[in-house]
Design a protein around this ligand. Structure first.
Ligand SMILES: [Zn+2]
Length: 298
């Protein structure tokens, strides 16, 4: 891998740098959505059961919106994702069973071009939200899509529902020349990685980082620094990545971590050449970006 390519993945995490303009103002106008649907270059990407529907050639199936009329689409049908230049993009979920099962979403987005992976990420987050929001959480009436399906409105009580994003902190704790990583029971043998957890109401990002590190290792965070963030459409998380300087001490694994321990830089590099390389491409996860940033002294 050339140096420029290596720099490239450091800068370009999967699901980031979407080419889409979400057209937040224009999409409130139904005539704009109609014009997008009938635009000759409009494109619709399809998921089924959260997986990516493939064309007969084995590529992600991309149709004109009009070509989806014969498909068994789940509610609310086509959802407007945004404009890529002049090209309107839509997405829809096809009812499982009415189409082949599709390609596993992670696998599909690991091999997709970065722009398409980002578009697929937005599609999956919005469509999975639709799958869980048929009814108004305020009064129980059936919600109706608005603004091209980028929000739902309850026709009974008027409550507006927006696609949710769940912020999560993900951090590499370190002290001097060593860092602490943990492993979860479900991970491949030998794999250790950053710690992570969902933010709780009433917390700042830094407080969530300190709480999670304390919960999972018993170690105290002295300070933390934001590095980068990554939308993580499984189903709708925003990963907020930090480096956290901690007090030295022996980690005690708890919560969803089965083992946590200190690693030297040399041990981390060794891990990279083994278990972590088998986990997926480096650019796929912000965990790897945080580790790489620390290794490079950042
Ligand atoms: Zn309602």
């Amino acid at each position: 891998m050339s140096r420029s390519k290596k720099r490239g993945w450091l800068m370009h995490l999967t699901f980031t740098r979407s080419p889409l303009d979400h057209s937040g103002v224009q999409r409130t106008n139904p005539a704009f959505i109609e014009a997008c649907l009938s635009h000759p270059a409009a494109r619709a990407i399809l998921l089924t059961g959260g997986n990516v529907v493939l064309s007969p050639e084995g590529e992600p199936e991309i149709l004109h919106p009009a070509q989806t009329s014969t498909l068994a689409l789940e509610r609310p049908g086509l959802v407007f994702l945004g404009l890529e230049g002049e090209t309107p993009w839509f997405a829809a979920s096809v009812q499982p069973g009415s189409t082949p099962p599709g390609l596993d979403f992670r696998r599909a987005t690991m091999i997709a071009e970065p722009d398409l992976a980002a578009i697929l990420g937005r599609a999956r987050a919005i469509l999975s939200w639709h799958g869980r929001r048929h009814y108004c959480s305020n009064c129980g009436a059936e919600n109706a899509p608005a603004e091209g399906g980028t929000k739902l409105v309850c026709p009974s009580c008027g409550t507006e529902h927006f696609p949710r994003t769940d912020p999560s902190v993900i951090m590499l704790p370190y002290s001097g020349d060593r860092c602490v990583m943990g492993r979860q029971p479900a991970w491949p043998p030998g794999l250790f990685a950053t710690l992570a957890g969902f933010m709780e109401p009433g917390e700042t990002i830094e407080e969530a980082c300190a709480r999670e590190v304390a919960e999972e290792t018993g170690l105290k965070v002295l300070s933390s620094r934001y590095v980068a963030s990554q939308p993580w459409p499984f189903p709708s998380t925003l990963m907020i990545g930090l480096l956290a300087e901690i007090e030295p001490g022996e980690p005690v694994a708890a919560d969803d971590i089965e083992e946590a321990r200190w690693f030297t830089r040399a041990e981390v590099r060794e891990l990279y050449e083994g278990p972590m390389m088998r986990w997926g491409p480096p650019h796929y996860s912000i965990s790897r970006l945080l580790i790489e940033t620390w290794l490079n002294g950042g």
